[in-house]
Every structure is written in C-alpha cells, then in structure tokens.
Write a protein that binds this ligand. Sequence first.
Ligand code: SAH
Length: 509
Amino acid sequence: MQKNDTAQVEITDIGVNGEGIGKVDGYTLFIKDAVIGDLVEAKVIKAKKNYGYARLMRVIRPSEYRVEPKCPYARKCGGCQIQEMSYERQLQFKEQKVRGNLERIGGFAPDFLDRVTEPIVGSEHPFGYRNKAQFPFGTDKEGNPVTGFYAGRTHDIIVNTDCPLGVSVNREILEIILDYMRKYHVPAYNEKEGTGLIRHALLRYGFRTGEIMVCLVVNVSSEKAMRDNASGIIPHAEELIRRLTAIKGMTSITVSPNTRRDNVIMGDSYEVLWGQGYITDYIGEVRYQISPLSFYQVNPEQTEKLYGLALEYADLKGGETVWDLYCGIGTISLFLAKKAGKVYGVEIVPQAIGDARRNAEINGITNAEFFVGKAEEVLPEYYVKSGQADRGKDGRAAGGMDAHADSGTSGHADVIVVDPPRKGCDQALLETIVKMAPEKVVYVSCDSATLARDLRFLCENGYELKRVRAVDQFAQGVHVETVALLSKLKIDKHIEVELDMDELGCCEG
Ligand code: SAH
C-alpha cells in the first residue's frame, strides 16, 4: 500500500500503544483509535515495505468493545490512548501485554505462567482517579491565555480545563488562574521565544485529606526567585491568593522557577507563596507529605492495592531485614516497615530521601533508614562493607547484627523489594541481589518488558517465579503495573545425595 491509499480494515489485534492492528492483503496497518473488532475505513499516512500507519477515517461496523469516550478530546489529546475501548477489554489487553512479555522476553512456558499468574486488579473508578495533573499555559490567536493538554507527540495545547481522569476542582482552579492572567495581563510562557511568565500549573489533590496543592512553574531564574521571593515574582499575588484560598481544601500555593528550554516541566526548587510547601495524604494507614517536586503515585486507590500486594508477597513475620530499592519518598518502605524488623530504602533523588525521612518521622516509624544514591552502587557497597561478600552465599548464618555493628547497616537481606523506572534494574544490581541471596524478591514494575528481562536473569540464577499479578493504575492509558514474587530455590540436600547415588549406578535394593 502507499501513502494516501484508503482501505477497509478488520481490526484483529492491539499494538503496545493501544492502536488497532489489521491486515489488508497481508500488509499490516497500525491504526490509532481503532478498537479490536471494529471494521474501519482508514487512510495510509506512512507506508513502509511490510507495514504502515493509517488514520481512522470512519468506523463502518463498531466492535462490541467500542464505547463512547467521556472526553470530547480523547482522540486528539496525548493523555489517553484507549478511552474508546471498554474498561473490561482494557484490562484484558493489559493482562495479555504482561503475559506476552513474560513468554517472549522472559522465556517462561505458558502452562507455568497459567499456574503463577493471578488475575489483573482492575479499578472501581476508571475515571476521576488522578491526584495530579500538569497543565501547560499558552496564548491563543486572539492573545488570550489558554491552558489544557498537549496533543499527542506535539506541544500544541488542546484547550480543556476539564479532564475526566482528574478531579473536578482542577477546572475551578484553572479558571481562576486564567481569569487573573487576563485581568492583570500576566503573560503565558512562549516556548518558541522563551518569553512570558506562567509555564505550567501543577495541581495535586489528597483524596483522603481533601488537601489541594497549586504550584505555578514560572519562567524566572532560581536566583531571582530566591531574591524576590514568590510574591515578588507573581504580580498582584495577593489577589490570586485571595481567590485560590477561597477554594475549600487549598493548603499549599508555591512557585517553581524554571528557565530551561527543554521538556522538563518542573524547576529544581520551589518557593512558598501561601500556606505550606506540601500537602498530606494517606496510603493505607501511612501518612505522606508530598512536596511539588517529589514523585508520588498518581492513582492512590490502586496504589494501595499495589502496595498491599507487595506486602502480601513479602509475607513479613516481624523480624526481617528488608531493602526497598528505588524507594522514592519511602512509600513502599514505610508501608512495609510496620511489619518488618528493619527497612533500608535507596533512592537517587536527594529531595525524595528528605521526604522519606520526614515521612518516617511523622508516622513514628523508627526502623526505616534511607540512603541517597544509585541502587546499583549503594547495595553492592553495603554488601561488601558488611563483610557478607567474603562469606559466600551462606553468609546469612553469620547474620546481620555483627555486620550492622561494623558498617552501620546490614549487608544481609531477607526480602529485597525493587520498584525501578521503565528501564528496569541495572545488571550490577541484579548480580548483587543474587549474591545477597534474600529468601524473597518482590519486583514492582511499571514496564513488563524490562520486568520480563530481569525475571529471566533472576530465574537463571537461583530464583523461582512464584506469583505475578498486574494492577491497573492507569485506566484509559496503556501502561500497567505488575508485581512479581520470586523465591530463592531451595536445594534439598537429601535429593542431591540421591541424585549422586543414581549417577553412580547405586540403588538401595
Ligand atoms: N517506590 C516509589 C518510587 C518508584 S518510581 C513509589 O512507589 O512511590 C522509581 C524511583 O526510582 C524514582 O523515585 C526515581 O527517582 C528512582 N531512581 C531512578 N533511577 C535510580 C537508581 N539508579 N537508583 C536508585 N533510584 C533510582
């Protein structure tokens, strides 16, 4: 097929980005917004030798899985990919995506996966679940300030203050900011020129506490922000504050300076304009302080289920030493701490570790300790320092306590939890985990392809995959979280001896 050709296509599969896939005379077409089961008319926009990309022109016969999207901008906006697919079918798609990666990349046999896989944990609220949104600001042709979402793969702003994935108060906040900008001629940022003031608004909402955060990302240097304070940067700040604080739950209004010319939204620091520099929220019984710059899961309802599963898989009895690698603001660490003997968290972002320590404190948790650094560097270092490295895999018996006295921490672990970014765990880290030989590894993953790769390595090096379960944190989007439990393989001495005797040709009779 060639560019601009049109064809009728039966959609028979779903691509990794949620697009429909169909074949025309053996030629594969990827069609955004087409739903598996649809018969569509599509126009080729890019043609390669064996496959191409096409635009959905018309749905000729809708699939049984096709639903009316809640958002009028669902196709244009880059935020959602599969809003036109029923939620049940979305869950099935995600389950199959994880399964496919475990088979293809992980090398696990289908019947083995049938035994260890548990059904995906879906959400009761596939809309209105997000506690965080970042809205870019710009200027329309008439010179009015606008805000909304970026269209897929571009920086064109689709004007929309009412995203159905977020909370309804966002709209009220954005309308106040826009109104204030119009009234005082406060310019939105111009990305091409690097001029203007208001770049983004980061909005966060604590579902359990009702606390609201507004952080305005502004086009001024951090030096100027420190010198002038937040109120010196925002013209007529008192009026903006007065109107925003009339909203019930408003807790924190901050300003983050950012003059970068790239895609990074937030600045490296923030100044308080009104209230405190953070909001508070809960996951389970644990209270977390969340500042504008820290990573916090966007779907608290599903996060509680995710961490609950991690806790269930870890099956702590009370005295265990647990390492939580890639710990962010200590969310999983603190969730586990109440059931563990000691938890060590490792995270690369220093501010996040600051938050983690403070979060431990406000929850009265004294058995959690946090380290700043790369997981793949911190863990091997402590393993070697603690002397465990010289004791081989059975160093366990010599135990954590004396090692603890030597180095201030323990190179020993009963359970290691990892929750890496999409690229997965570093090879050096996986090798250290194998050397440390914890009884259990709990792997929380946001990319099942790298999960599968890492599970393969661990299973080739003395571990066995026991349980795996996907959790849907991102309804209407294509990403999916997965939790996996690995157990150290036990070598039964008795069986070993029997095997040796068999090999020698001995038998009891
Ligand atoms: N477990 C946390 C955070 C998970 S996101 C939670 O559930 O909230 C992954 C985290 O890994 C991020 O906070 C990121 O800053 C951190 N990170 C990325 N690369 C890292 C590395 N090499 N070593 C340690 N932490 C890293």
